[in-house]
Ligand binder design. Structure first.
Ligand SMILES: NC(=O)c1ccc[n+]([C@@H]2O[C@H](COP(=O)([O-])OP(=O)(O)OC[C@H]3O[C@@H](n4cnc5c(N)ncnc54)[C@H](OP(=O)(O)O)[C@@H]3O)[C@@H](O)[C@H]2O)c1
Length: 351
């Protein structure tokens, strides 16, 4: 397993992160379609992840109504000092008007709840799950800063922000001298490359770490939904893929190439899809999701897979997205542009 610093911090995280969104008890009905295999299965999966060298674990207060945090905390109890635990807040934890969001009230309440459920005295990475349209970002940052100063939280991160919101939040934190977000958790896969347009350029420019979620587009890229013997209920199965949304025709093409490349290496389409993400510039860690132990074992092997430049190019081509304005505007920096050549030589002379 390789490890990279999370953005501009000194914290090293494994290139694969373990996602605990599937953890729930068998009797739990809330979001049970994601998984509810119970504590024994969670312990087994965490044991396997640790053996593979994973030191980074992601959950959220909302997953299985808090049960995911509880089960993850239990499974990691004996290894607490060796691991980085990330959790999140934003979504409703109750019914009241202040039960959701990232106000000072919500943050101070939710941090205590997560600490208790995780059975720990600190959260290594506390992430805002979504941009709060009604709370000023100054209030959110000040409250998170207080959590860091109280020792309850070590680092702060964000998720599901637009690029302008990421840049704005970072600017506000610098202006007021509060803790800065160090990481962005966002969706990125071979059937969803929107991140490349604005968010990855922003994270690279600001020096933020990136944690990629739903690397298989919720299982679509495993190929099991396009298996010829498995197409009986294609519409029903595909209706699941509204989160993240998948264009079925384009997606089938991607899966075809994943399968071909996987076959030449004797590995699954899932491994190829995760390996492609690990090769993308600006990706710090890929959060692997698994409902069952054998899926986890399969996904973890992506770390050992080596793809050739030709194979990576094939995957890039089959998943190419249409450029959006202003990306299709000719760049001053393009080769042969006399103005760019003058600017470039001036920069070289100055440095
Ligand atoms: N910040 C956010 O808003 C956000 C959103 C989503 C997820 N996340 C984080 O990202 C993590 C991963 O997300 P995700 O669960 O959507 O990841 P994913 O890898 O795209 O999908 C995981 C699901 O795909 C199926 N699967 C996984 N590996 C497989 C394999 N090798 N072969 C066949 N099927 C396989 C399983 O579902 P089935 O068995 O049911 O098919 C599994 O639960 C989560 O645990 C969470 O920590 C964050």
């Amino acid at each position: 397993m390789d490890y990279l610093p999370l953005g501009n911090t000194g914290l090293y995280v494994s290139r694969l992160c373990f996602g605990a969104m599937t953890f729930a008890e068998p009797e739990q009905k809330y979001m049970a379609w994601l998984g509810n295999e119970g504590q024994e299965s969670a312990d087994q999966m965490i044991g396997t992840a640790l053996e593979a060298g994973i030191n980074f674990f992601d959950t959220a207060n909302i997953y299985a109504n808090g049960a995911s945090e509880q089960m993850l905390g239990k499974a990691l109890a004996k290894k607490r000092d060796d691991v980085i635990i990330a959790t999140k807040l934003y979504h409703p934890s109750g019914a009241g008007a202040n039960s959701m969001g990232t106000s000072r009230v919500a943050i101070m309440r939710e941090v205590e709840g997560s600490l208790e459920r995780l059975g720990t005295d600190r959260i290594d990475l506390y992430q805002v799950h979504s941009w709060d349209t009604t709370t000023p970002i100054e209030e959110t940052l000040r409250a998170l800063d207080d959590c860091v100063r109280q020792g309850k939280v070590r680092y702060i991160g964000l998720s599901n922000f637009a690029a302008w919101q990421i840049a704005h939040a970072d600017g506000v934190a610098r202006l007021h001298g509060t803790e800065r977000f160090c990481s962005v958790q966002a969706y990125y896969s071979l059937v969803g490359r929107e991140l490349e347009r604005e968010i990855l350029p922003a994270t690279k420019h600001l020096g933020l770490g990136t944690m990629i979620f739903s690397p298989l587009a919720a299982g679509f890229l495993s190929g099991k939904y396009t298996d010829t013997e498995d197409t009986g209920d294609t519409v029903g199965r595909r209706s699941r893929f509204s989160f993240p949304p998948v264009d079925p025709a384009a997606g089938d093409e991607v899966v075809r190439v994943l399968r071909e490349i996987g076959d030449t290496h004797g590995v699954s389409p899932s491994q190829v899809a995760i390996c492609w993400l690990l090769h993308q510039d600006g990706v710090t860690t890929v959060i692997v999701g698994a409902r069952k132990h054998d899926q986890l074992v399969d996904n973890l092997s992506a770390i050992d897979l080596e793809l050739s430049d030709d194979e990576l190019n094939r995957l890039n081509e089959v998943s190419q997205q249409r450029p959006e304005y202003p990306q299709w505007m000719p760049s001053l920096e393009r080769a042969g542009d006399p103005a760019a050549a003058i600017k470039h030589s001036a920069k070289v002379a100055i440095s």
